[in-house]
Design a protein around this ligand. Structure first.
Ligand SMILES: [Zn+2]
Length: 67
């Protein structure tokens, strides 16, 4: 059980998920990507809600577009 805590520093390129705060659509796998600048912008392919994410953290942080 405790082993999982120490595994967090491994690369997480395949395990990144961003969910739309409005409809819970998974943004990365649903082609919702808009632009990658200081923040990464997604426009939800389901409900068109725009969110901006910081990918510089261990997990993507939702910066703009919170409900
Ligand atoms: Zn949505």
């Amino acid at each position: 059980m405790f082993k999982n805590l120490f595994k967090k520093k491994e690369k997480q390129t395949q395990s990144t998920f961003c969910y739309c705060p409005k409809c819970n659509n998974e943004l990365i796998s649903s082609n919702s990507f808009v632009s990658d600048e200081e923040l990464v912008t997604y426009k939800c392919s389901e409900c068109s809600h725009v969110t901006k994410w910081l990918f510089d953290a261990p997990v993507p942080l939702l910066i703009e577009g919170k409900e």
